[in-house]
Design a protein around this ligand. Structure first.
Ligand code: NOJ
Length: 547
């Protein structure tokens, strides 16, 4: 759908393949590259532009791959480099881009560099690659500062030195198994240059950058004014640990590498950052022309189901990000968030069960709203199936390290990561071979209502709405226009126009309203009686611009 000269990523709709849970190719109950490869044709039929693949590198999997022990290989759990190459080849043959997840803020404590640092002892060159520091207090038994880890607990762990005595502490902004690299050591940047080139040489179309506001910490590692903020919000808030000015030097360096490849073969790569910063204008700084191409705009994840709140957050993004020339990268779901069906179905009254029918209607309306916006969008696997969160996983099945660190099962992210239901009427729903003992997270029986097979066979299902929306994005010329004009401002209704005659209206209320437009209906997230826009519904029309 991009204009011939515009790079593909500016308005691409990408599909997040959370590898463990997309499709299993070897019947061990964990999704893998072979499984993902066999699902590419499905994604091509759905009509997305490409895939973001969650980390597939060797890892002890203590944070499900976001704890990397070798950046230039594939974890045997997911296959091998041949499987990877074949996946890239097949994706490209189908016209799908492949974006790889890269984790530069931290590695696994199993990484050879960290093991070397542990063995080398205080003051060694090897320790400069990480943040090792002496503890406070007379015997050094207190952490070097008061920072808290995002997933709970102190951000420092004390090591036992090679001589057997308690010694220095090392910094980890996530779990103790994820030591933070020290990007003030130039060799760290060199290492990642090589990593980038390794995967670019294998044909990837870009990288999703984990914790792209991280990498550099305040050089003095001083106490935080509000030490529990990160932990409470699970967002990058500590102003001394995140969003340091030096991080921009890294994005310029990575951009130059991508530009070098682009100049060589004329293809276009993208760097899409996980840039969780307080305001869209803070985010725009990461999207300067020589830095990241894209950054996820996370504000809609926390926006309540309310027309003016959505309008305000969308408006802020378009004003502060799109006005700088960078596209906004919209997102409603990912592997860290409660799924929209459940999120929007939550009752405001404590103790009441979520209303999943209402949540499903709102989630689909939000998806059509997102797909009608200028910019790029990232879908999370299963949202096209209208999957709700699995909120009743057995306690002993939970695997998210956040649960162990906080002791709060409800804080965990397993519920949005349950393996996808593809077909059939009982677990494993075609996710893995019938001979598999079990899937890595158990699938509930009620997944039988959400299988790909069932939804594709039902022409009225949300799957078809996603597919039709994706197709229209490619074919309606007005949707190539980067500008958006706000229309009606009635209570509970959000409406905007793009290009010549395209309009989108969303009814955020629980009752039908008169349709704000007359014209040719293109698509709606719920059936609408003539002249009406149903409750919790988005609809697209082509109207006569002169009328
Ligand atoms: C953000 C990733 O999306 C999340 O899954 C991971 O746990 C943290 N970064 C740490 O790498």
């Amino acid at each position: 759908m991009a204009t011939p000269s515009a790079p593909w990523w500016r308005d691409a709709v990408m599909y997040q393949v959370y590898l463990r849970s997309f499709r299993d190719g070897n019947s061990d109950g964990v999704g893998d590259l072979r499984g993902a490869r066999s699902g590419l044709a499905y994604l091509s039929t759905l009509g997305v532009d490409g895939v973001w693949i969650s980390p597939c590198f060797p890892s002890p999997q203590r944070d499900h791959g976001y704890d990397v022990s070798d950046y230039c290989a594939i974890d045997p759990l997911f296959g091998d480099l041949d499987d990877f190459d074949l996946l890239v080849r097949d994706a490209h043959q189908l016209g799908l881009k492949v974006v790889l997840d890269i984790v530069p803020n931290h590695c696994s404590s199993d990484h050879p560099r960290f093991q070397e640092a542990l063995a080398a002892g205080p003051g060694s060159e090897a320790r400069r690659w990480f943040h090792f520091a002496e503890g406070r207090g007379a015997d050094g038994s207190l952490p070097p500062n008061n920072w808290r880890a995002m997933f709970g607990g102190p951000a420092w762990t004390r090591v036992v030195e090679p001589d057997g005595r308690p010694g220095q502490w090392y910094l980890h902004m996530f779990t103790p198994h994820q030591p933070d690299w020290n990007w003030r050591t130039p060799e760290v940047a060199d290492l990642f240059d090589k990593v980038l080139r390794f995967w670019l040489d294998r044909g990837v179309d870009g990288f999703r950058i984990d914790v792209a506001v991280g990498l550099f910490k305040h050089p003095d590692l001083p106490d935080s004014p509000d030490p529990t903020a990160d932990e409470d919000a699970r967002d990058a808030i500590n102003p001394l640990a995140w969003n340091q000015p030096e991080v921009h030097t890294v994005w310029r360096r990575w951009r130059a590498i991508c530009d070098e490849y682009d100049a060589y073969d004329g293809k276009q790569r993208t760097l899409v950052g996980e840039v969780a910063v307080p305001t869209p204008s803070d985010q725009a700084l990461y999207l300067r022309p020589d830095e990241l191409h894209q950054a996820f705009y996370f504000d809609l994840l926390h926006t309540p189901w309310d027309a003016s709140a959505f309008r305000e957050r969308i408006g802020a993004a378009l004003h502060d990000i799109a006005s700088t020339g960078a596209p906004v990268t919209w997102v409603l779901n990912n592997h860290d968030q409660q799924r929209t069906v459940t999120r929007y179905g939550q009752s405001v009254l404590p103790g009441q069960e979520p209303d999943l029918d209402r949540g499903a209607a709102r989630a689909l309306a939000a998806a059509l709203l997102m797909l009608a916006l200028p910019g790029s969008a990232y879908l999370y696997q299963g949202e096209e199936l209208g999957l709700p969160e699995v909120t009743d996983l057995p306690l002993d099945a939970l695997t998210d390290p956040i649960v162990a660190a906080t002791g709060r099962p409800e804080a965990g992210r397993d519920g949005c990561r349950v393996p996808l239901p593809w077909s059939g009427t009982k677990p494993p729903f075609g996710f893995t071979g019938a001979e598999a003992d079990r899937t890595w997270l158990p699938q509930p029986d009620w997944f039988d209502r959400y299988t790909v097979q069932l939804l594709r066979a039902n022409g009225d299902s949300c799957w078809h709405t996603y597919r039709d929306g994706l197709q229209l994005r490619r074919t309606v010329p007005a949707l190539r226009d980067p500008a958006l004009r706000w229309l009606a401002d009635d209570d509970g209704i959000l409406a905007f126009a793009r290009g010549e005659g395209f309009v989108c209206a969303v009814n955020f209320t629980d009752a039908p309203v008169p349709a704000p437009f007359r014209g040719t209906p293109l698509l709606s997230s719920q059936p609408c009686d003539d002249g009406k826009l149903a409750a919790n519904t988005a609809a697209w029309w082509i109207v006569d611009p002169a009328a």
